[in-house]
Ligand binder design. Structure first.
Ligand SMILES: Cc1cc2nc3c(=O)[nH]c(=O)nc-3n(C[C@H](O)[C@H](O)[C@H](O)COP(=O)(O)O)c2cc1C
Length: 153
C-alpha cells in the first residue's frame, strides 16, 4: 500500500486546491493512500512513515511560505540522519502569482539537505489555478502512487 503524504500551506485556497487534486490522484490509484495535511500540522513522523512526499507551497516574497519553512525547521534535526528518510521520494507543487522559481529553488535546496530523492518534475502554477493545472496535479498524484507501488522510485 503506497502511503503518500501531501503537505501544503495556503492562505487563499490556490495551493490547497492543487494539493487536493494531487491527493485525489493518489486516492484513486489502486493500493494507495493519501495523507493530506497542512504543513503546520505535519510532523517529522509523517515524513518518516510515508513512502513519498509532495510539498505544496505558494510563493511568498520570492520564497516558500513561512509555514512550509517552519516544517523544514522543525523536522531537519530529527530526519537528517534517519535511515527511513534517506532517499525519500519527493516532488513539489507551487502556486504563484507570476513566478514561483524562488519557492521551488529553496524547497529543492532543502530537500537535497535531507537527501530526499526528486522523482517527478515540479508543477508551477502561475496565476489562477485552472482545470488544466488541476488535471496535471491529479496526474502527478497518480504517477507518484503508481511509481511507489511499482517499486521504481
Ligand atoms: C504575501 C504575499 C507574497 C507574495 N509573493 C509572491 C512572489 O514573490 N511571487 C509570486 O509569483 N507571487 C507572489 N504572491 C502571489 C501568491 O503566490 C499567489 O497568490 C498564490 O496563488 C497564493 O497561494 P495560496 O492561495 O495557496 O495562498 C504573493 C502573495 C502574497 C499574499
Amino acid at each position: 500500500m503506497a502511503h503518500i503524504l501531501i503537505t501544503f500551506h495556503s492562505q487563499t485556497g490556490n495551493t490547497e486546491r492543487m494539493a487536493g487534486a494531487i491527493a485525489a490522484g493518489v486516492a484513486e490509484t489502486e493500493g494507495s493512500r493519501a495523507n493530506l495535511k497542512r504543513a503546520l500540522d505535519t510532523a517529522a513522523q509523517d515524513i518518516r512513515e510515508c513512502d513519498a512526499v509532495v510539498f505544496c507551497s505558494p510563493e511568498y516574497f520570492g520564497y516558500m511560505a513561512g509555514a512550509m519553512k517552519d516544517l523544514f525547521d522543525r523536522t531537519y534535526e530529527e530526519l537528517k540522519d534517519d535511515r527511513r528518510s534517506l532517499k525519500k521520494p519527493y516532488c513539489v507543487a507551487i502556486s504563484a502569482g507570476n513566478d514561483g522559481t524562488g519557492a521551488l529553488t529553496h524547497i529543492e535546496r532543502l530537500c537535497r539537505g535531507y537527501r530526499f530523492k526528486k522523482v517527478q518534475n515540479p508543477i508551477i502554477c502561475k496565476g489562477p489555478v485552472t482545470d488544466g493545472i488541476l488535471a496535471k496535479c491529479h496526474e502527478l498524484g497518480r504517477t507518484v502512487a503508481e511509481g511507489v507501488n511499482a517499486g521504481i522510485f
